[in-house]
Design a protein around this ligand. Structure first.
Ligand code: SF4
Length: 381
């Protein structure tokens, strides 16, 4: 459970990129030492100081000791799904709050490579959080029930990757954990800047930011984060249903959102990923599939249908039947020629699936079973 807030130490995360660059610059130390420091922490994630970083100028050690910590967050627990494809990490932040990050591993022996191992070996996707809680209040989402508590710093976002790297080599990062990333925009841009540089070197094409549709964020996205994937949690093909299940949609009318997405796509030429949670009797009928198909007619888009994860007895929603999900997919693919995938769930047994991220861990390290999710790399067209 999230603990109550406590006063943060005055020392910042060494991964707060803007801050460390400005401190180095003010002290006349070259910024090219910074990736060496990050590499050291990545290789020594439990180090308590930075004195062991090799070959820095003496002034850098003094500055680091005074103003920075290798990590400001602590990995407090990890839970594996029974089949070990998914690991949920509970991470305690400097202010005493906790967030979760989820590592999803893809089985290289399975899938669409004629039963042969996938080229490139094991790959994992990390789902990161950008806020503690979330103010958007989506009614199907466990995090939405927490309300908003605080924004993560860019360093705290990056540290999730540092902690996760102890468990798996991360190839992809998705901002689909706790929080609405566009509501913490500067930290989002800064963290992605670190992910794509040395030593992490993630390709921007392997990073996906998921938003409920914050229009002013979408308008800036391509300029600030070219080649990074944009996923939009649309979840309904008309404004009324959207407002029912996503109260924040009132501030971002569907017509204006689609216009912003069209401008984004015209400019970026990027495929847009549309997330659509399937809620029984709410948005999962054939008529909704036709509405969605028409809405996306002018787009290059991939629709990801997400079976709803029950988030406790308080939820009013039910999971759509398999038949409804398949019918929905058939309409989008067959009539509107839209690439449409059905997300198979991973980590439901540890509450690490979409819409389930709220700070809690089971008593047992594993229970139940989880199945494979499509690798984000497989969705690219
Ligand atoms: S689905 Fe995303 S935006 Fe909506 S409440 Fe949950 S975390 Fe926030």
């Amino acid at each position: 459970m999230a603990s109550s807030s406590k006063a943060p130490s005055s020392r910042r995360s060494v991964f707060d990129a803007v801050h460390i660059r400005s401190e180095f610059s003010a002290a006349g130390i070259s910024a090219h030492f910074i990736p060496l420091i990050w590499k050291y922490v990545l290789q020594n994630p439990r180090c308590s100081d930075l004195d062991g970083v090799p070959s820095l100028p003496a002034a850098a050690y003094a500055l680091l000791r005074q103003k920075f910590r290798p990590t400001t967050s602590t990995l407090t627990a990890a839970a594996d799904s029974k089949d070990r494809t998914t690991t949920k990490l509970l991470i305690c932040l400097q202010n005493g709050e906790s967030v979760e990050a989820v590592v999803m591993r893809y089985d290289t022996r399975l899938g669409k490579y004629d039963g042969k191992p996938r080229p490139g070996g094991v790959r994992s996707t990390l789902c990161v959080s950008s806020q503690v809680g979330c103010k958007m209040g989506c009614r199907f989402c466990a995090t939405g029930t927490m309300g908003f508590k605080s924004n993560l710093s860019s360093g705290e976002i990056v540290e999730q990757l540092v902690h996760a790297s102890r468990y798996s080599q991360i190839r992809n990062v998705v901002f689909m954990g706790m929080g609405e990333p566009m509501n913490n925009y500067n930290a989002l841009v800064e963290a992605i800047g670190v992910f794509t540089g040395s030593p992490f070197q993630l390709s921007p094409k392997r990073i996906t930011v998921s938003t409920v549709g914050i229009i002013h964020g979408i308008n800036k996205f391509n300029g600030d984060l070219p080649k990074v994937n944009l996923a939009v949690s649309l979840h309904a093909p008309d404004q009324d249903i959207r407002c029912q299940i996503m109260p924040a949609a009132r501030a971002f009318p569907l017509g204006k959102l689609m216009n912003a997405l069209q401008s984004y796509q015209n400019e970026s030429k990027q495929t847009i990923f549309i997330e659509y949670i399937m809620l029984d009797g709410v948005n999962d009928q054939e008529e909704h599939a036709h509405q969605l198909g028409k809405l996306l007619e002018t787009f290059k888009a991939v629709v990801n249908l997400i079976p709803f994860n029950p988030i406790g007895s308080s939820s009013n929603f039910k999971t759509s039947s398999d038949q409804n999900v398949k019918n929905f997919q058939k309409v989008l693919k067959g009539i509107y020629r839209i690439r449409t995938t059905i997300r198979q769930q991973m980590g439901q047994d540890i509450a690490g699936a979409c819409g389930q991220l709220v700070v809690s861990l089971p008593d047992e390290r594993s229970a139940g079973g989880a199945t494979l999710l499509s690798d984000i790399e497989d969705l690219r067209i």
